[in-house]
Design a protein around this ligand. Structure first.
Ligand code: G3H
Length: 228
């Protein structure tokens, strides 16, 4: 919720996390890109990374690309909370069950001390009041990302007007606001001008934007410098 846009880097292993020791992001995010947009890493790997980071930056972890069913999502949130991560991120993949699932999750999310971030997707369809539903459900932040990792970026899918409206609604609700989705280093200046709290990166950290490959600390350094 500050005026300076920070950055989030998604890593898929302890080795990748340690390769960023010289230029840690504001949020070190843990996910398994090969398993989807928000593919989950095993909890023991998340625990190892949280220990290795040891409070030098914030951490987040995703729970996987899961159906919008309370009985599936609630235990996955609790498992990830148990790792000691600073934020848990859950993807809202849309569909008829989503509104009921959000309602059922509300008391769980509100009583957790670990903040939970909702991720919506620029390439999914939602009820028109989805952001309001998310804000009411007690999430500490809302990110927009892309569900299909097919090369189309957030800026290919949403206009600047739509992004501005999103950032303003989320920030006016005093909730954290993040933008992600195959962002390119060249997009940083445009997106930063909208004043989101975070920009999130995976593809841009990887040589040739191959998000399942290993990330490059040099690309991470470039992103960090752009955001300085
Ligand atoms: O949360 C940020 C995501 O990891 C972004 O991944 P991406 O840049 O490959 O779309």
């Amino acid at each position: 919720m500050s005026n300076n846009t920070k950055w989030l880097a998604s890593v898929q292993s302890l080795e990748e996390a340690q390769s960023l020791n010289g230029c840690l992001p504001d949020i070190l995010d843990m996910k398994q890109p090969a398993k989807g947009a928000l593919g989950a890493l095993p909890v023991d790997i998340v625990e190892d990374i949280v220990k290795s980071v040891s409070g030098r930056c914030l951490t987040s972890a995703t729970i996987g690309d899961l159906p919008m069913q309370f009985d599936v999502i609630e235990p996955a949130i609790m498992n990830m909370v148990g790792t000691g991560v600073d934020y848990v991120k859950i993807g809202l993949f849309g569909g008829e069950e989503q509104a009921d699932c959000l309602q059922a999750l509300t008391p769980v999310i509100k009583q957790l001390t670990t903040p939970v971030i909702a991720v919506i997707f620029a390439d999914r369809n939602y009820e028109t009041d989805v952001i309001e539903q998310v804000l009411k459900a007690g999430f500490s932040g809302v990110m927009v990302d892309t569900a299909e990792k097919n090369g189309r970026s957030l800026l290919d899918l949403w206009s600047i007007d739509a992004l501005t409206a999103f950032v303003n609604i989320v920030k006016n609700a005093e909730s954290l606001c993040g933008l992600a989705g195959a962002l390119r280093i060249e997009d940083i200046a445009t997106l930063r001008a909208l004043k989101p709290d975070y920009l999130g990166f995976r593809s841009a950290l990887c040589p040739e934007r191959r998000r399942n490959a290993s990330l490059s600390a040099t690309l991470a350094q470039t992103i960090a410098s752009e955001l300085e």
